[in-house]
Design a binder for this molecule. Structure first.
Ligand SMILES: Nc1ncnc2c1ncn2[C@@H]1O[C@H](COP(=O)(O)OP(=O)(O)O)[C@@H](O)[C@H]1O
Ligand SMILES: [Mg+2]
Length: 244
């Protein structure tokens, strides 16, 4: 499995239910410091539930979540943020009646005050946001709203960034631009856990990947291995099996 020594984040045998329905049925994930790891899966596989459980927006039924060696399985959500894990949620969840800058400042709530350096770094990463500081977030395009959601998550100076389907509903050119920025974020030292339905884009970006199917991990490996796997090609990359 993962030979890298510096494991920063670990999920062990995690189970999560909605009432009597088991959404996550015992999954284990490891992320080394500095890695980009992706969790791939179709709609309903349990990707969002996994990230929401890590952020403690949802309770787990069994299993352990460790961050830098510390058990955070029962740690409250606000503390997770101040410990260094930040979450850019599915569907962006930005505040439409606030400006771009106000939304970003809200992202730094876990800090004593908004760090101008971080704000400027976010504007450097996303020049489009810089040009639209005073614009109401609700008037941004889908791609710009996604940039804002990621930018806001960065405002708490995370060591690990959780990204929930940043490519959702975006044109391929915008997906490319956003993923390029995720790479830059990673290169600046932030560890990234990315969940995606867009397997092709995610595997091009990530170091390693896990494949989730109805709450269970069915495959894992380096992105290179998964891109070459016939199962992945058929199920997620839309390639037909070659006739023997
Ligand atoms: N709030 C909820 N109440 C009940 N079931 C839910 C809720 N949220 C998600 N689920 C169910 O949990 C499963 C996993 O959903 P989700 O984590 O959103 O998947 P994904 O993000 O991979 O599309 C699905 O079967 C979904 O219907
Ligand atoms: Mg989802």
């Amino acid at each position: 499995m993962n030979k890298k020594k510096n494991i920063m984040f670990e999920v062990k045998d995690l189970e999560v239910s909605y009432g009597s329905i088991k959404a996550i049925k015992g999954i284990s994930i490891q992320v080394a410091k500095g890695e980009i790891v992706t969790i791939l899966g179709a709609n309903g596989a349990g990707k969002t539930t996994t990230l929401r459980t890590i952020s403690r927006l949802h309770d787990s039924n069994a299993g352990t979540i460790l961050f830098k060696g510390e058990d955070i399985t029962k740690t409250p959500a606000h503390k997770i943020v101040s410990m260094g894990i930040s979450h850019s949620p599915e569907g962006r969840r930005i505040f439409g009646i606030l400006t771009v800058e106000e939304n970003l400042i809200l992202g730094s709530y876990s800090q004593k005050s908004t760090d101008k350096k971080i704000l400027n770094w976010v504007y450097d990463l996303f020049p489009r946001l810089s040009e639209r500081k005073r614009q109401l977030a609700g008037t941004l395009s889908g791609g710009e709203q996604q940039m804002l959601a990621i930018g806001r998550a960065l405002m708490s100076r995370p060591e690990m960034l959780l990204l929930d389907e940043p490519s959702l509903g975006l044109a391929p050119i915008l997906v490319k631009a956003i993923f390029k920025t995720v790479k830059e974020i990673s290169q600046s030292g932030v560890t990234v856990l990315l969940v995606e339905q867009n397997a092709k884009a995610a595997l091009k970006l990530a170091d390693r990947a896990y494949v989730l199917e109805v709450g269970k991990l069915v495959l894992s490996g380096t992105s290179k291995e998964l891109l070459a796997s016939e199962k992945i090609q058929e199920a997620y990359l839309g390639k037909k099996r070659r006739e023997a």
